[in-house]
Design a protein around this ligand. Structure first.
Ligand SMILES: *[C@@H]1O[C@H](CO)[C@@H](O)[C@H](O)[C@H]1NC(C)=O
Ligand SMILES: *[C@@H]1O[C@H](CO)[C@@H](O)[C@H](O)[C@H]1NC(C)=O
Ligand SMILES: *[C@@H]1O[C@H](CO)[C@@H](O)[C@H](O)[C@H]1NC(C)=O
Ligand SMILES: *[C@@H]1O[C@H](CO)[C@@H](O)[C@H](O)[C@H]1NC(C)=O
Ligand SMILES: *[C@@H]1O[C@H](CO)[C@@H](O)[C@H](O)[C@H]1NC(C)=O
Length: 398
C-alpha cells in the first residue's frame, strides 16, 4: 500500500505518475482515523487529508497547495484581474481565510495564489476581535498569523480586517460593565496589541468597521454607547501609533452611491482630518444587489477623493436570487454591473483597488446570510470564470 503525502512530493510532479495499482477510485476515501481500507490513489492523484477522520483521493494539483513554500503559480499570466489593475496603478484582491474551503483547497489556492488575478488578500475572519482576543488580555494570533503569512508568502499585500467592529465581538466585550475609562483602556489595548503584532505586514487596516446606520446616525455599538464617537479617534490614533506605515481606513456598506450614510461617513472623515486624527481612506464594502446598483457611484467617489481620502472597494460581491430564472440573462446583467463598479474605481484616481469577498460562488457568505440569494462572485461554484469575471477584466484591461 502506498499513498503520496503532498508534502513528500512537493515540486515533483513526476512522483504522481508512478502509482501503478490504483485501488481507491478518485474522490473516494483513502485514509483518516480508523480507516482500514486501501490507501493507494489512482495515477495523477494523491491521498489528501481533509480532516482528522477523512482523507480522499484528489487530483494532483499543479503545485501542491498544502505546502507553504514560496512559489509563483506556474499558471500565472500577464492577463488577469490584478495584472490589468496593476498596469493602471491599482490592485485587485480577494478575501480568504485559514479554512479547508479556502487556502487548504487546491482549487481555491491555485487561483488565489495566482499573482495575475490577485495582488491583495484580506483575512476574512481571523484578525477580528473574537479570534484575536477571545479572553480579555489574552491574545491568540495563530490563525491570523497563518493566513497573513500565507498571503505575504505569495506576494500579496494584506488588507488588515478589522480592529473595531460591533459584530464578532467576544461576550466579555459586549456583556461587560464598562465606563468610559475602562472601555477606552480595553479598546486602546486591543488596537495597539493587534496592530503592533502585525506591524510592517499590513498595507491597509480597516480600523473601524461599519460605524453608521443606514440613515447616517452612529450605530449604537457598545463602543458608541460608552465612548460616543470618540471611540473612532481612539482607535485610529492607537493604530497609527502602533503601525505608522499602514494606511488607516474606515469601512462601511451601503456607501457606494450618494446617500445619508455615505454623506455621514464623508463628514466623519472630514472632521477627523480637520482635527488632525490619522486617517487615510474610506472603505466602500460593495455588497451589492443585482438590479439595484446605485447610478451615482462615480459622483460619490469624486466627492470622497475631493475631501482628501483614498478609496478602496473592500468587499465586493453582487448577489442575485438563485437559481435565476434565466441564468444567461442574469449573469450578463451581473457582468455589466461588475463593469460599472469597476469603472468607478478605474476612473477615480485615488481609488486604490478592488477586493472581492471570496472569489468563487462556492465560498461565499451570501447564501448563509441572505436566504435564497447567491451567485455573487466572478468565479462559479466549479471555479470557472463567469461573465462577471470578464466584465471586470474588460473594464480594467489597459
Ligand atoms: C476543493 O473544491 C472543489 C470544488 O468545489 C471540490 O471539488 C474539492 O472537493 C475541494 N477539495 C477539498 C480538498 O476540499
Ligand atoms: C470564504 O468561504 C469559506 C467557505 O465558505 C469561508 O469559510 C471563509 O470564511 C470565507 N472567507 C471569507 C473571507 O469570507
Ligand atoms: C498554523 O499553521 C501551522 C503550520 O502549517 C499549523 O501547524 C497550525 O496548526 C496552524 N494553526 C491553526 C490554528 O490552524
Ligand atoms: C470606572 O470603573 C472603574 C472600575 O470599576 C473604577 O475604578 C473607576 O473609578 C470608574 N471611573 C469612573 C470615571 O467612573
Ligand atoms: C435567456 O436570456 C438570453 C440572454 O438575454 C436570451 O437570449 C434567451 O432567449 C433567454 N432564454 C429564455 C428561455 O428566455
Amino acid at each position: 500500500m502506498r499513498s503520496h503525502s503532498i508534502l513528500s512530493s512537493f515540486g515533483i510532479l513526476a512522483a504522481f505518475a508512478a502509482t501503478a495499482n490504483a485501488v481507491v477510485p478518485l474522490y473516494d476515501r483513502c485514509g483518516g482515523e480508523g480507516w482500514t481500507g486501501e490507501t493507494e490513489c489512482p495515477e495523477g492523484a494523491y491521498c489528501m487529508v481533509l480532516n482528522q477522520w477523512w482523507s480522499s483521493c484528489q487530483p494532483a494539483p499543479v503545485v501542491p497547495c498544502t505546502t507553504f513554500g514560496p512559489y509563483i503559480n506556474p499558471n500565472s499570466k500577464t492577463d488577469g484581474l490584478n495584472s490589468f489593475a496593476v498596469r493602471r496603478g491599482k490592485y485587485f484582491g480577494t478575501a480568504g481565510d485559514w479554512v479547508y474551503e479556502d487556502v487548504m483547497n487546491c482549487s481555491w489556492a491555485r487561483i488565489a495564489t495566482d499573482p495575475s488575478e490577485f495582488g491583495v488578500l484580506t483575512p476574512g475572519n481571523s484578525q477580528k476581535w473574537d479570534s484575536t482576543e477571545a479572553t480579555q488580555g489574552v491574545f491568540n494570533f495563530e490563525t491570523a498569523d497563518n493566513i497573513t503569512n500565507w498571503g505575504l508568502k505569495y506576494g500579496k499585500k494584506i488588507r488588515g480586517h478589522t480592529l473595531v467592529w460591533h459584530q464578532q465581538l467576544p461576550d466579555w466585550v459586549t456583556g461587560g460593565t464598562w465606563n468610559a475609562t475602562t472601555l477606552k483602556a480595553v479598546l486602546k489595548n486591543h488596537v495597539t496589541t493587534v496592530a503592533t503584532h502585525f506591524k510592517g505586514k499590513i498595507f491597509h487596516w480597516d480600523v473601524v468597521n461599519e460605524p453608521f446606520n443606514d440613515d447616517g446616525t452612529f450605530r449604537n455599538s457598545i463602543f458608541y454607547q460608552i465612548l460616543g464617537e470618540s471611540y473612532i479617534e481612539i482607535a485610529l490614533r492607537a493604530a497609527a501609533a502602533a503601525d505608522p506605515a499602514a494606511k488607516l481606513y474606515i469601512n462601511d456598506y451601503n456607501v457606494e452611491g450618494v446617500n445619508a450614510k455615505s454623506t455621514a461617513l464623508l463628514n466623519l472623515f472630514k472632521k477627523l482630518k480637520a482635527c488632525g486624527v490619522p486617517v487615510h481612506g474610506i472603505g466602500v464594502q460593495g455588497h451589492l444587489i443585482s438590479g439595484q446598483i446605485p447610478g451615482d457611484i462615480e459622483v460619490n467617489f469624486n466627492r470622497i477623493v475631493a475631501a482628501g481620502a483614498e478609496i478602496y472597494i473592500t468587499e465586493l460581491d453582487i448577489r442575485m436570487v438563485v437559481p435565476p430564472a434565466n441564468q444567461t440573462a442574469a449573469y450578463e446583467q451581473q457582468a455589466a454591473e461588475y463593469a460599472i463598479v469597476t469603472k468607478a474605481c478605474k476612473v477615480t484616481g485615488r481609488c486604490i483597488g478592488i477586493t472581492v469577498w471570496n472569489f468563487t460562488d462556492k465560498n461565499s457568505w451570501i447564501p448563509s446570510v441572505f436566504a435564497g440569494q447567491g451567485d455573487a462572485l466572478p468565479w462559479d461554484k466549479n471555479f470557472q470564470k463567469k461573465p462577471a469575471y470578464y466584465g471586470i477584466a474588460k473594464t480594467l484591461k489597459p
